[in-house]
Design a protein around this ligand. Structure first.
Ligand code: SAH
Length: 400
């Protein structure tokens, strides 16, 4: 079947909204859960569904799933009709909104950020001539040809790579093997802020590179002159490369993964900053204890761990992890130095993260001030109607 046909009335599901569930829909939240649906009708293999009231009035439309608790990812509400063209236009508009971020110095950005671009279920990152796609929904998986065709038309990439490894895909019972369309290997050489990085979407973490930290890496570069820098949870070494480029005297990259450290080495090499860089494959929790016991000090510490809380029930344990690593990170900051610290757990609120840092500072016996709050770059928008999309938060701290 042609993808456009999936939008025809006879191929769409009708989902009848339960009484008492009008609020979520009126608030334009894109996630319509199974519990909000009284009855379903229409073909079992629908990609698209319309949410209707008792009178058959369409309240919203979007991407359907038979397996997820999120039965419908609503992309339109009320009058607006959900068509294939609307989906194409949304993707093209998201791409167009990033135009000002791409210049001679930067050719890698997040092009589509799910709910933040009114495209729940879809993430697209551009790495120079490669587009990496993550699809988190069964209905959208069926519309993959539409996504591919739109990206090809808008970007003319060498390769479109569907990574297909999101945990949500398991719930949606979708295949987990990567697929790609185009020429050559699924690797990219990108420029970011005039620096060079190797990106391997197939092997790398997430889609291959943490684009969300671009603006914070620029801050690190601006602060780094003459400083000894510690880059904890370094992954590709990106913060370390920026710091070295900004004139740091020494940069230590620490990651538990050998593959990550190999990548960090490649990236320092690409930027001619090997002479300032060191590389440690180690558990950061043990590493910071060892350095602190040795009385070692750094002028700028970056602490960007993976999400410690993957679900709400893990928040307490995660908070203890964040406190522990930040306590030692603060001890490692030389008097008058700085700490850039992050949490990318969506379940960890900004307020709780601040309390955790407060408690780490008390235990470390250091006087700490906020210089700035740190957020993802503007290519990672958060929908006002779906605050769950907010995940990365951080602080730039002055440590006396
Ligand atoms: N700051 C990076 C992104 C960090 S992602 C950037 O800007 O690109 C988190 C990293 O933490 C991953 O590379 C992962 O391998 C590493 N990691 C996870 N657990 C760790 C641990 N206990 N000790 C050290 N590194 C760890």
């Amino acid at each position: 079947m042609n993808v456009d046909d999936l939008f025809e009335p006879q191929h769409r599901k009708q989902l009848l909204l339960k009484h008492g569930r009008e609020r979520a829909v009126a608030n334009r939240h894109p996630w319509i859960f199974t519990g909000a649906i009284a009855r379903e009708s229409g073909p079992a293999d629908a990609a698209i569904a319309d949410l209707v009231d008792d009178h058959g009035v369409v309240l919203g439309s979007g991407l359907y799933s038979t397996h997820s608790q999120i039965r419908l990812r609503a992309l339109t509400f009320g009058e607006e009709h959900f068509t294939a063209q609307l989906l194409r236009d949304r993707i093209a508009a998201a791409i167009a909104r990033r135009a000002s971020l791409l210049d001679g110095e930067t050719n890698a950005v997040r092009l589509v950020h799910a709910e933040g671009d009114d495209l729940s279920g879809l993430v697209v990152d551009r790495y120079n001539d490669v587009a990496v796609v993550e699809i988190a929904n069964q209905g959208l998986e069926r519309l993959k040809p539409l996504v591919l065709e739109t990206l090809q038309r808008e970007l003319s990439p060498r390769l479109v790579f569907f990574k297909n490894d999101l945990p949500a895909r398991r719930l949606e019972q979708l295949p987990l093997e990567a697929e790609w369309s185009g020429a050559g290997e699924p690797v990219a050489a990108i420029s970011e802020s005039g620096l060079r990085f190797a990106v391997e979407p197939a092997e790398g973490q997430k889609t291959g590179f943490f684009l969300d930290q671009r603006e914070n890496r620029r801050i690190a570069r601006a602060l780094a002159a003459g400083k000894r820098v510690l880059n904890l949870f370094s992954y590709s070494g990106a913060f370390g490369v920026y710091a070295a480029a900004g004139g740091a005297t020494a940069v230590a990259n620490v990651d538990v993964s050998q593959a990550a450290i190999d990548l960090a080495r490649t990236n320092h090499d690409l930027n001619g900053t090997m002479d300032k860089a060191s590389f440690v494959v180690a558990d950061a929790f043990g590493y910071v204890r060892g350095r602190a016991a040795d009385g070692e000090r750094f002028d700028l510490v970056v602490c960007d761990p993976p999400a410690f809380a993957k679900s709400r029930s893990e928040v307490d344990r995660a908070a203890r992890g964040y406190k522990d690593i930040n306590l030692y990170a603060l001890r490692l900051v030389a008097p008058g130095g700085m700490l850039m610290t992050f949490s990318c757990s969506g379940h960890m609120s900004l307020d709780l993260f601040q309390k955790v840092i407060f408690s780490a500072a008390l235990d470390a016996g250091r006087r700490v001030s906020f210089l700035r709050r740190l957020t993802p770059g503007v290519d990672h928008p958060v929908s006002l109607f779906c605050p769950e999309g907010e995940y990365l938060k951080g602080f730039l701290l002055q440590v006396v």
